[in-house]
Design a protein. Structure first.
Length: 412
């Protein structure tokens, strides 16, 4: 019986090790393979029953991710993404200016349509900039990674862990709360990222003049539907804020489903769009919910938290940054959030959890799924980022980023 109780913990340790090395012999593993394997092990061992496993999968998160992935794929496939990029980036006259715009524009969009979505559609875009303007691909990939990580902090739909906190953390008015607490330090941290990139890649910040041209839309009908989806997303964010003040229930999931509806209902290319969304990430999340529920049921983390001040802001920020490197930020939040709820944590602690677990993605590549998505998609086009190259700028950047959030959450 004791052995059965230890299976989830042993499986979690094995998952952590495999996520770090991502290779068994000559077989290379993707993160979703590893997490799915972990879920299969605890199910096969009887550590969690099939019905309980189904109930553990957070349907709100799964539906939200699916909807936003559909919108992202439509933006990419229709060519509307590149058309928009010309509109937003044509004013960039130098690499210096382009880097600054990528940080703030991609950061802003990640807060709207989720950082994993931006990682998927943004990677080919920045590599396009690299080839077109002769700018270091590694510089642009790092810029994208930092942009979608930092930018997503200030929104309840900016990343999956924030969505978990907004749905299950008792945050009454998520959009207003996240923006009021985290928007200003997020803007500061985007400027910090710009300064760090300029220090580490100063030779790539040349004064060369950039030439821009209009990118054609490959599928006008799908592009129109994608545009409608973006408008619906913006409109429903406003509706959600108003609904909270009026005491009307309006779930975050409705935003993603309504945004995806025009594409699913009216696009002739709907099946191809749906077929090409990031199903691997959806499998990762479903498997993660199952594994983490089995780990939670062991009571190990509840016992470990006894007698410790797990609700202090420095503790939350520090633990979030460190442990997110081991199990990635979403699984970490899935484990830590119930502990905070059990301890009666307030909204401020939930914001610290959102900031710490998200900014952890700037430390190492494995700290966030969006980093892995960027690297995997870049490798398909012959470019990559190494662990050490990411870490040499990510370590000092994360230290400063964390200090900025601590300052604003505790002292201001």
């Amino acid at each position: 019986m004791q052995m059965l109780a230890n299976v989830p913990l042993m499986t979690l340790i094995a998952v952590l090790i495999l996520i770090a090395v991502r290779q068994v012999g000559r077989v290379k593993l993707q993160i979703w393979h590893i997490m799915l394997g972990g879920a299969v092990v605890v199910l096969a061992a009887g550590s969690i029953m099939p019905v309980a496993a189904l109930e553990a999968v957070n349907l709100d998160v799964m539906l939200f991710l699916s909807g936003m992935f559909i919108v992202g794929e439509a933006l990419r496939r229709s060519g509307y993404l590149y058309y928009l990029s010309h509109k937003f980036f044509r004013r960039a006259k130098t690499p210096d200016h382009l880097i600054l715009l990528v940080l703030f524009i991609m950061g802003a969009f990640s807060a709207l349509i989720m950082n994993d979505t931006l990682a998927i559609i943004g990677t080919p875009l920045v590599l396009h900039f690299s080839r077109k303007h002769g700018i270091s691909a590694r510089l642009l990939l790092l810029t994208l990674a930092f942009a979608v990580t930092i930018g997503s902090v200030a929104s309840p739909i900016g990343n999956p862990q924030n969505l978990l906190i907004a749905v299950n953390g008792g945050v009454r008015n998520p959009f207003v709360t996240f923006l009021s607490r985290l928007a200003l330090p997020t803007i500061v941290n985007l400027f910090v990222a710009y300064a760090a990139l300029k220090i580490f890649y100063r030779k790539s910040f040349s004064g060369a003049v950039l030439n821009h041209c209009v990118e054609p839309i490959s599928d006008p009908r799908l592009a129109l539907l994608a545009r409608v989806s973006l408008i619906i997303t913006l409109a429903l964010v406003v509706v959600k804020i108003i609904a909270v003040f009026m005491g009307v229930e309006f779930r975050l999931t409705y935003i993603a489903l309504a945004a995806a509806a025009p594409i699913v209902l009216f696009s002739r290319d709907r099946l191809r769009v749906i077929r090409n969304i990031d199903w691997h990430t959806l499998i990762f999340f479903a498997a993660m919910f199952v594994l983490m529920k089995s780990v939670w049921d062991t009571g190990f983390f509840q016992s470990a938290a006894k007698g410790r001040d797990i609700t202090s802001i420095p503790m939350i920020l520090g633990v979030s940054v460190v442990l997110s490197q081991l199990i990635s930020n979403v699984p970490f939040v899935a484990l830590y959030l119930p502990l905070l709820n059990h301890a009666g944590a307030a909204t401020l602690q939930m914001m610290a959890l959102a900031a710490g677990s998200t900014i952890a993605g700037n430390l190492f590549i494995l700290g966030a799924a969006s980093n892995v998505i960027i690297v995997q998609n870049a490798e398909k086009q012959g470019e990559t980022l190494t662990f050490l190259e990411f870490a040499r700028i990510g370590i000092p950047l994360t230290v400063i980023n964390t200090a900025v959030y601590w300052l604003f959450l505790v002292l201001l």
